[in-house]
Design a binder for this molecule. Sequence first.
Ligand SMILES: C[S@@+](CC[C@H](N)C(=O)[O-])C[C@H]1O[C@@H](n2cnc3c(N)ncnc32)[C@H](O)[C@@H]1O
Length: 305
Amino acid sequence: MDAWEEQRFCVGEAGAVVRLIQADCLEVLPALLEPGAVDVVITSPPYNLGIGYKGFDDAAPRDAYLEWTDRWAAAVARVLSPQGSFFLNIAGKPSDPWGPFDVLQVMRRHFRLQNTIHWIKSIAIPESRKLSGRDEDIGNYPGWENDLVVGHYKPINSARYLNDCQEYVFHLTHQGDVALDRLAIGVPYRDKSNVTRWRAAGGDLHCRGNTWFIPYSTIQRRDRDRPHPATFPPRLAEMCMRLHGLSRKRSGLALDPFLGLGSAALAAARLEVPFLGMEISPTYYREAVQRLREALARTGRKLSG
Ligand SMILES: C[S@@+](CC[C@H](N)C(=O)[O-])C[C@H]1O[C@@H](n2cnc3c(N)ncnc32)[C@H](O)[C@@H]1O
């Protein structure tokens, strides 16, 4: 057996096992998982934008980065079940906007692109009656009389580029035919008359669509509260898992080969589904273990390991 450092947590009544491993995912995936063993992959690989990770060089030549991307994508394709979902979170930066699409072209060798989700971090919806006297932007909603500007806004100083307020989540599958549980993350109808008009909608919920507003939670100090330069909120991972159909009632193995601080592990623990995550940096791995331990202690869920 390989001498990886590993922590196992046993979560919930059914005892779902959440495993965190400190190692290179390219070593672990072929060694630990049988073909087709994974139901949902949710991950955010290094974007190769020169981000200052601890213990990982994020500034490889583009060709070398894409060759490496091809290798881990093949490893993920091997373990993803025929009806599995792979949610790939990635972004570029204004001065290097092609990165996500170069990576997507590599993914195309292994998967079909079934959905493109936009993770919206910040959004501004002007209340246009103030500008034009008409209700063009948000519509005429009672009680809504001001501009809506919400979310996490990271200023850039540029005359050329707009602020980047979104990231991609590419939903990749083997054949493009995976049934989703759209109402598991559905939103209530604003206009209730549509509930009866669209009976197929199944009650008061409709599909959320592919724009997901998920702000970061506010932190006071990065080094203490979120000591990693590129995380996604656990809620993003939870929504992906639930959209695929995972829940406390319907289990299935979830995987994050680039674990970082363990946001996907937190999501799996919340849903009480089995999970496997790998992180190459000992520093981030230890943080992920700690975060999961604290989260489980807070919720009082059954925990061992
Ligand atoms: C974008 S971050 C993931 C952040 C994570 N989604 C979170 O919310 O905390 C990518 C992570 O991949 C890790 N990493 C890079 N190469 C790796 C490899 N070969 N195997 C496992 N982890 C790796 C980096 O150390 C970094 O923490």
